[in-house]
Each structure stands twice: as structure tokens, then as C-alpha cells.
Design a binder for this molecule. Structure first.
Ligand SMILES: Cc1cc2nc3c(=O)[nH]c(=O)nc-3n(C[C@H](O)[C@H](O)[C@H](O)COP(=O)(O)O)c2cc1C
Ligand code: SF4
Ligand code: SF4
Length: 251
């Protein structure tokens, strides 16, 4: 069995959970795209599994930028997006195009569902056991494809528009309540350096991508979304994202 390199951008952990379910027992190296990446050549003999979340139907720009530091030598890649049960729109095509542009052959792709990291009442508890079983079956199908002669390892087609929808504008940043003790943990963990280390009670709106990491990791639960924003987003999502969706596999 091949061992794989995985690369994930997972502010609140569910993208990483999907990556671990797909690559169970195969992970040789994990590249954490929450941190700046170094240029790295991925040998053609080592499959790359890239897993990113969907934000507004696209891949977060910083994840694309950091993934682009990886250079393939014509080897296989698996493109996976994780979304909060609304829609993944152009994100899977964007990820596939990025990997192709970096010199990989995208031989498998998938869209998985996870709990919505903003509106936690949407797709609560996913990925669930059935999602993990689907991830394991996907992994087996990828192994079978990679065992074929190279000429038979066709690249996959995925849904999405080449004329991609615009990147989303974030309507707000998290706010900080009086519970904050000023420990600076959120500043060290923010993937975009939007929280000043010397003043973690503030947020630089020009850098914040509303990834929810600081909200999910603050030990005092002192970072929250402004309540009216959360209520409005949850109500909108309840209208269009409450029917459970199934993972889609392309292999
Ligand atoms: C800013 C933002 C935008 C999002 N946009 C979408 C979306 O367009 N469609 C969707 O179904 N889920 C959307 N989600 C939900 C995430 O894709 C989903 O919760 C994902 O699993 C988060 O990954 P993580 O747990 O690794 O952070 C969005 C989440 C955030 C924070
Ligand atoms: S918001 Fe939370 S993590 Fe950030 S400085 Fe305050 S207590 Fe620490
Ligand atoms: S400040 Fe914004 S970008 Fe940084 S962790 Fe919090 S939500 Fe994410």
C-alpha cells in the first residue's frame, strides 16, 4: 500500500477529520495549511491528498496560496472539499485546477459534508459514522485506481463553473467579550494573523476570513460571532441547508 502526503486547511477541525478518515493508516506526512508553507517538491511516487473547506462556494484564498507552494512532478493528487451542507459550488473545480496548475494529476476527488462551522445547528455532528465509512470506501477505490497502469488512471471531471463566483466578502469579525483574559492563544492560532499579539481583544477586519478558529479554540469562550449576525445566518441556512446531503465521490 502507498503512503500519502496530506495537506489540510482546517480552522475548526472537521476538514482534518475527513482527511484522517480518508488517509487512515496511510499518512506519511501532514502539511498544515493553517501555517505558512515552505516550497516542497512532492515525488511522483507519493500521492497528495488535499482537503480544504468551502467558504461561500469557493476555497479560502489563503489555502490556495499555501497549497500552491507544493510542486508536483506529474504524480497523483486527490482533491477533496468539505462543506457545511449548503453547497460547494465552484470549490472542488477550483481545488482541482490549483492542483493541476501545481503539476499534479487529479485522479480522484470528493465533496464531504461537515457541521457548519458558523451555524453549528446545521449538519450537527457530521462527519458521522456513515460519512467515515464512505471515506474509507473512497480510499479503497483510490488504491484500486492507483494500482492500474498509468495510462488507465484517468483524471476526473468535477462540477463547477470555470468562470468562478466572486470570493465572499466577510460581513463581520468575531467580537471579544469581558471573559477574555488576554492570554494571546487566539493570536498565535489565527491562520491569517488577524489578531494582534499585543492586543488580542481586537481583530484586524482586513485580515480576518471569519474562519471561526478563534471562536472554537478560546479556552474562555470569549470570542463569539455578533449574535444578530449568527441568528440571521442560521435562519437563512435553515431554509436552504437543513436537508442532509450525501458525500459525492469522483474516482
Ligand atoms: C466563512 C465561512 C463560509 C462558509 N461557506 C460555506 C458554503 O458556502 N457552503 C457550505 O455548505 N458551507 C460553508 N461553510 C461551512 C464550512 O465549509 C464547513 O463547516 C467546514 O466543515 C469547516 O471546516 P473546518 O471545520 O475544517 O474549519 C462556511 C464556513 C465559514 C466559516
Ligand atoms: S479571546 Fe480567548 S484565547 Fe484570545 S486572548 Fe482572550 S482569553 Fe485568550
Ligand atoms: S480572527 Fe478571523 S481569521 Fe483569525 S482565527 Fe478568528 S475568525 Fe479566523
Amino acid at each position: 500500500m502507498n503512503t500519502w502526503i496530506t495537506a489540510t486547511f482546517s480552522p475548526t477541525g472537521s476538514t482534518r477529520a475527513i482527511s484522517q478518515a480518508i488517509a487512515a493508516g496511510k499518512e506519511q506526512q501532514h502539511i498544515d495549511l493553517l501555517k505558512p508553507t515552505e516550497a516542497q517538491l512532492i515525488p511522483a511516487t507519493t500521492p497528495l491528498l488535499a482537503v480544504v473547506p468551502v467558504y461561500g462556494g469557493r476555497v479560502p484564498a489563503i489555502a490556495i496560496e499555501r497549497l500552491s507552494a507544493l510542486q508536483g512532478e506529474g504524480g497523483p493528487a486527490i482533491a477533496v472539499v468539505v462543506y457545511g451542507n449548503r453547497a460547494y459550488e465552484d470549490a472542488l473545480l477550483e481545488l482541482k485546477n490549483t492542483l493541476t496548475g501545481c503539476g499534479f494529476r487529479v485522479v480522484a476527488a470528493a465533496a464531504f459534508i461537515a457541521e457548519h462551522s458558523i451555524a453549528r445547528s446545521i449538519a450537527t455532528g457530521r462527519p458521522h459514522e456513515q460519512d467515515k465509512q464512505t471515506a474509507a470506501a473512497f480510499s479503497v477505490a483510490i488504491d484500486a485506481k492507483l494500482a492500474l497502469p498509468l495510462a488507465e488512471q484517468a483524471e476526473v471531471s468535477v462540477p463547477g463553473n470555470e468562470d468562478m463566483k466572486p470570493l465572499p466578502q466577510m460581513p463581520a469579525t468575531p467580537m471579544v467579550t469581558d471573559a477574555c483574559g488576554g492570554c494571546g492563544y487566539c493570536a498565535r492560532q489565527c491562520p491569517t494573523q488577524a489578531i494582534p499579539a499585543g492586543n488580542p481583544r481586537t481583530t484586524d477586519a482586513s485580515r480576518c476570513i471569519l474562519c471561526m478558529r478563534c471562536v472554537s479554540i478560546c479556552p474562555r469562550k470569549a470570542r463569539i460571532l455578533p449574535p444578530p449576525l449568527l441568528e440571521g445566518m442560521t435562519a437563512r441556512l435553515q431554509l436552504c441547508a437543513s436537508e442532509p446531503r450525501l458525500p459525492e465521490l469522483y474516482v
